[in-house]
Write a protein that binds this ligand. Structure first.
Ligand code: BES
Ligand code: ZN
Ligand code: ZN
Length: 469
């Protein structure tokens, strides 16, 4: 999708104009357009979108009239997303968003919102059912061209993540994740991939154990983005990259397994952010760490009762092989703790308990670093992605007490996402750290809030915003 800003409605003859309004009697509309909107029962509510002939409106070929209850960023984003979905259904390739009264933040919200709604994962559909989506998007307004550039970067990152999450497990497995990372390498991004021998040598035994029951060998991926100017801060993003979670010997039910290709959502987000970095050019050094594995049920799978000596040296008693993400992350966090970064943030589709607690819109945030929490919450507020802070109390650590090893990998039924976060905290040292459980927000089982079913790319924008802040 190409995005431009222009300040007039010149040369829009081949474009569908998208306009936001709360009423069909909008003074900008001709009588014909107003009558048409009445016929289609346009009520101006946020999320409603009506397609109509333009009757000369904005020199365009047709119009999409999107309802908005107000012009707050969140409202505009929802309305734009609905319009993006409608534009795809209509087969529009050129859209001009009329945004003359909007400031830069509102303009960014409508551009990224529109693109989010315009996305489809239909490459496995029959040719005649595939749609190409909008190719050329013009923002008609009085904002800087830089807004178009930033929107493009964010959209590319988000879609990169969504493609990875939506891709079936036969296509997206540890080596193809590593290849996706290598494809991002350039003069500013270095990519290092460790294969199984190296994982052994480096005592990444959490990653090895989880992946050993799979015929697709595990990988550890380390991307490094270096700015062209001296770095203002150094951060590490860590992603759970379980490309398929069958549960291991603690096998999931068929229903529970169906969407477990989404279990690399955290890793997909990390790679998505790297996709955006090149275009955003922040003066921040960013490390991306991904543990990529498949958690399968096989003769050589790791077992309940196994005691793993992790990269950090701590031993973990395995009580459930379906609590695998924390084992993979533990080794990545131990590695990240040695990078000397100012902040480390991990992302993981870690617990079903998180989905029970917060549903699909919210990512759970865990951290005892007040200032880091505030930074991430502020960034999320700017992007409209839901984030909700959860407690991380030492009080619950005893739930992870082990009989034979240092710690066990499950805490019990109560406070499932909290004990998972506490487990991770045991493998972080000397670094300000936050954990984002994206179990609900990375993937939607059914359409919600103008996001279709599937990968959402949630948190790509928020992390980019945080990096830029
Ligand atoms: N990948 C799952 C968590 C998950 C569930 C992500 C639903 C997205 C949607 C994770 O590996 C898992 O299976 N967790 C277990 C932990 C339990 C065994 C302590 C869970 O949540 O049931
Ligand atoms: Zn699992
Ligand atoms: Zn998992």
């Amino acid at each position: 999708m190409n995005i431009f800003v222009q300040d007039t409605t010149e040369n829009l003859e081949k474009y569908t104009a998208l306009t936001f309004t709360s009423n069909a009697e909008d003074q900008e509309f001709s009588k014909n357009l107003q009558d048409t909107l009445h016929v289609y029962k346009f009520a101006g509510k946020t999320g409603q979108v009506v397609t109509a002939p333009s009757f000369g409106f904005a020199n365009s070929s047709s119009v999409l009239v999107a309802g908005v209850n107000n012009t707050e960023k969140d409202t505009l984003r929802i309305a734009a997303r609905a319009a993006g979905t409608q534009a795809r259904k209509n087969g529009c390739s050129n859209v001009a968003i009329l945004a003359s009264g909007f400031d830069e933040e509102q303009a960014l919200a409508v551009l990224t919102g529109f693109a989010a709604g315009n996305y489809r994962f239909d490459k496995y559909k029959a040719q005649e059912k595939r749609t190409s989506g909008v190719q050329s998007l013009i923002l008609v307004g009085n904002v800087d061209q830089g807004v178009a550039k930033k929107a493009t970067a964010l959209i590319n990152g988000r879609n990169f993540c969504r493609d990875l999450v939506n891709g079936p497990p036969a296509e997206i497995y540890p080596e193809t994740m590593a290849q996706a990372a290598r494809d991002l390498a350039n003069d500013q991004i270095d990519v290092l991939v460790w294969e199984e021998d190296k994982l052994q040598e480096e005592n990444m035994n959490g990653i090895i154990a989880v992946g050993q029951g799979s015929s697709n060998p595990s990988r550890f991926i380390h991307l490094t983005y270096k700015p062209k100017t001296p770095a203002r801060k150094k951060i590490a993003l860590v992603g759970k990259g379980v490309t398929f979670d069958a549960g291991g010997l603690s096998l999931k039910t068929s229903g529970g397994m169906l969407n477990m290709r989404c279990d690399m959502g955290g890793a997909g987000t990390v790679l998505g952010v790297f996709r955006s970095l090149v275009e955003l050019q922040p003066d921040v050094e960013v490390h991306g760490l991904v543990g990529a594995v498949e958690n399968m049920c096989a003769a050589n799978s790791y077992k309940l009762g196994d005691i793993l000596t992790m990269k950090s040296g701590k031993t973990v008693e395995v009580h459930n092989t379906d609590a695998e993400g924390r084992l993979v992350l533990a080794d990545c966090l131990a590695y990240g703790s040695k990078l000397g970064v100012d902040y480390m943030v991990d992302l993981a589709t870690l617990t079903g308990a998180c989905v029970v607690a917060l549903g699909n819109h919210y990512t759970a945030l865990f951290s005892n670093e007040e200032d880091l929490c505030l930074q991430l919450q502020t960034a999320a507020q700017n992007t409209g992605e839901g984030i909700w802070r959860m407690p991380l109390p030492d009080l619950y650590k005893s739930m992870l007490s082990a009989e034979w090893g240092d710690i066990k990998n499950v805490g019990g039924r109560a406070a499932g996402s909290i004990t998972a976060a506490l487990f991770l905290s045991e493998f972080v040292s000397n670094t300000k750290w936050a954990h984002l459980d994206v179990a609900g927000s990375a993937f939607y089982d059914s359409p919600f809030h103008h996001f279709e079913k599937g990968g959402t790319g949630s948190m790509v924008e928020t992390l980019c915003e945080w990096i830029l802040s």
